[in-house]
Design a binder for this molecule. Structure first.
Ligand code: SF4
Ligand code: SF4
Length: 373
């Protein structure tokens, strides 16, 4: 864990043996993740070189620690390592050496000495039923801790579905009255990084943006960064050509599955989900679930456990074809069109033009300005 000396990032990186070349490469990755023009690289490098590492505390409530695990997955050198060096981590229950009263004292010291300056990261849902007794740490409820710590932070980042909207913990019937951070502590500044788990590359990009521009990136109606949640997965998917041509996996392990065809009929929710998962990918950009052969379950969508299940049942209508068109009909159209390349191309472009905005089934909370509306 860090110390409160708030050394500069270059000093921290040097101590870790990270070369300047690796540092610039990391900054370049962050510029791309933030969807900034390449000309911003110089500004990001300069800002990162001069920034004093902000203090961070990481709170875990009703969770599986999957977001911590996602953040800590390493292969040398990774985005994760840079994130660990970007910040002065003062409190993280799972990874800090201190325990008990010593750990709680560290948290209190940050709140007292860095009021209005530190970043609070929250992982996990917050129970509100029965005065929040279903999650207590060191004699205080998660609700009390979140109010105390997050209301004095410069900004809070809710990582993962549970911290954003209650996630799995909140899914019906929600016996503990779990909610996400912004509902538990209304009025605080929150950036929501939905996903199950969050993608650490996006978390790093948010922090880099904060250190470079001294403000959080542009957010959507759910307080999610637009750079990460502004595009439809279906439109970024490498299997999209198969969807357009009506080539679908019909059952797990069939010929289409082996050939990498579209997973729409297997329940893929990509047409109704937004995330940069297909671009940023996981495990240092190695792959993402659809590339690996599993449909998207829309884990970065609002209350996806309730709104996007059953996960293996396909969406009722094919997006972009009106209310009564099924995947089978698209298959017929595409087969007919394959008789002529020009016709096939026409169908493909018609499909692309007509694809409606995703997340149409997300419920009443979505505003019209978002692609998820
Ligand atoms: S339905 Fe799923 S697998 Fe098929 S193109 Fe869309 S996102 Fe990719
Ligand atoms: S493919 Fe879909 S469900 Fe899977 S991690 Fe990406 S956004 Fe989440």
């Amino acid at each position: 864990m860090g110390s409160l000396d708030q050394q500069t990032l270059p000093a921290a990186l040097k101590a870790r043996g990270v070369s300047r070349r690796q540092f610039v490469k990391f900054c370049s990755t962050m510029v791309a993740t933030l969807a900034l023009p390449p000309r911003y690289l110089g500004a990001v490098v300069k800002a990162m070189e001069s920034a004093r590492r902000p203090v961070l505390v990481w709170l875990e409530f009703q969770d599986c620690a999957g977001n911590s695990e996602s953040m800590l997955r390493t292969s040398n050198p990774t985005v994760t390592e840079f994130v660990l060096d970007l910040l002065s981590w003062e409190y993280h229950e799972t990874i800090m050496a201190g325990a008990g009263k010593q750990a709680e004292a560290a948290l209190e010291r940050v709140v007292r000495e860095h009021k209005g300056e530190y970043i609070a990261v929250v992982e996990g849902a917050i129970p509100t039923a029965d005065d929040g007794v279903y999650c207590t740490i060191a004699g205080r409820t998660a609700l009390e801790i979140a109010r105390h710590v997050c209301s004095s932070a410069a900004a809070s980042i809710a990582v993962g579905a549970c911290a954003w909207d209650g996630g799995l913990v909140r899914a019906n019937p929600n016996p503990t009255g779990a909610v996400g951070l912004q509902e538990a502590v209304p009025g605080i500044k929150v950036v929501n990084l939905g996903g199950c788990p969050h993608n650490p590359a996006n978390t790093a990009a948010v922090l880099v943006h904060y250190l470079t521009f001294h403000e959080m990136p542009a957010l959507d109606q759910y307080n999610r960064p637009l750079f990460a949640y502004g595009n439809i997965i279906h439109d970024q998917c490498e299997r999209r050509a198969h969807y357009d041509a009506g080539r679908y996996v019909e059952e797990w392990g069939d010929e289409g599955h082996r050939k990498g065809w579209c997973l729409y009929k297997m329940g893929c929710k990509g047409p109704e989900a937004t995330f940069n998962c297909p671009v940023v990918r996981w495990n240092d950009g190695t792959s993402w679930p659809v590339k690996s052969g599993h449909g998207c379950i829309a884990c970065a969508s609002h209350r996806f456990w309730d709104n996007k299940s059953p996960f293996y049942k396909r969406l009722p209508q094919v997006p972009g074809f009106g209310v009564d068109v099924t995947a089978e009909k698209i298959g017929w159209v595409a087969l007919g069109a394959m008789a002529g390349a020009a016709a096939a191309q026409a169908i493909g472009s018609t499909i692309r033009k007509k694809v409606r905005p995703p997340e149409a089934s997300e419920g009443p909370t979505k505003p019209s300005s978002s692609p998820e509306a």
